[in-house]
Write a protein of this length. Structure first.
Length: 340
């Protein structure tokens, strides 16, 4: 469920979410939770929920839904890219997403609810995000799924560096250590010099940096625009950006491809709902590590579906990147304690 942005308190957690980007989870002083999901696909899901009796079992159940949806996105993206160009894939996703969002726009007041005073910021942000998303889908066709997911988990690192540079946020020792671990992890996965560097790995690194830039720009936009407005202009602008490239090489999808197209639209929407529900039943420190299961699970899917082999470099690099994300949780613990 996507609602308008609201005033929020001290953040209690931030983590990479592989294919979907960066989460900022905040807790209200009243005891409820503001779950502000900030995603590399550009989507935001901000939901204000009342406190629920803690239940790790229920949280795990909802996270199972989240993990399943994210794994389907990986496979669906690769399968669609076998037949359609990445430009057409992204165009269809944006158009379908627009129709999924339109009823919500009408419910929130129609055209008046999506007016913005910062059109150039929206345009700039979506140009960058469109390029990053193109790189993500392209990387799916070039490198193993596990490497795509592992490298994308570096997105919070780039976000932290950019937020420090452009938003004046400060880095503490845990931030710095997380950044170092993440960079070393990427270096190990790519392992330049040991073998020719795969272009897909470099594309994915650039895409992760692009997602980081996009997150910082969206964070600025949330100060003036509602979540619905940000998503609306994302879909409109990215549909416009991709229209000519998609039409220039348009192929009507075959019948067997439509289930994958529907799967991308469905999972891209309801995966966020699953994550928000999980946050109702457990703390960030419980929910976020469950998301890290996507790295070994994506490797397993790659092995079962595509016979991809998992090498030692990917395992070690992913471990360092995920350790860096865990340190981000550790350094947020004092803020969480203060909020509760």
């Amino acid at each position: 469920m996507i609602q308008d942005a609201i005033a929020i308190d001290q953040p209690i957690g931030r983590c990479g979410c592989a294919a979907m980007g960066d989460f900022v989870i905040r807790r209200r002083n009243s005891g409820g939770c503001d779950v502000h999901l900030q995603c590399s696909t550009g989507a935001f899901v901000t939901s204000v929920v009342t406190a629920m009796p803690p239940s790790n079992a229920k949280a795990a159940g909802w996270m199972a839904g989240w993990l399943a949806a994210m794994l389907v996105l990986l496979v669906a993206g690769r399968e669609i890219a076998r037949e359609l160009s990445v430009f057409q894939l992204m165009e269809m996703r944006s158009v379908i997403g627009f129709f999924l969002l339109f009823p919500l726009v009408l419910m929130n007041g129609g055209q008046a609810s999506v007016k913005t005073s910062r059109p150039w910021m929206h345009i700039g942000r979506n140009v960058i995000h469109y390029g990053a998303q193109y790189g993500w889908f392209l990387a799916l066709t070039l490198i193993p799924l596990a490497q795509v997911v592992a490298i994308e988990f570096t997105m919070p690192i780039w976000t932290a560096l950019l937020a420090m540079s452009f938003l004046g946020e400060r880095l503490n020792v845990w931030n710095i250590l997380a950044i170092i671990l993440g960079l070393v992890g990427v270096f190990i996965i790519v392992h330049p010099g040991a073998a020719p560097v795969n272009s897909g790995q470099l594309i994915m690194v650039v895409a992760a940096i692009g997602f980081g830039v996009s997150v910082v720009m969206v964070k600025s936009l949330t100060r003036t625009d509602s979540v619905t407005t940000i998503i609306f202009w994302m879909l409109v602008i990215q549909s416009a950006i991709g229209l000519i490239p998609a039409l220039s090489n348009w192929h009507w999808p075959s019948a067997h491809l439509w289930p994958w197209i529907v799967a991308i639209a469905f999972c891209g929407t309801y995966s966020h709902f699953c994550f928000a529900q999980a946050m109702r039943y457990a703390d960030t420190s419980v929910v976020v590590p469950m998301d890290f299961l996507r790295v070994p699970l994506s490797a397993t899917v790659g092995w079962l579906v595509y016979s991809e082999q998992l090498d030692t470099a990917t395992v070690l690099g992913a471990a360092l990147i995920l350790s860096g994300n865990l340190l981000n949780l550790k350094r947020s613990a004092p803020a969480r304690a203060a909020a509760t």
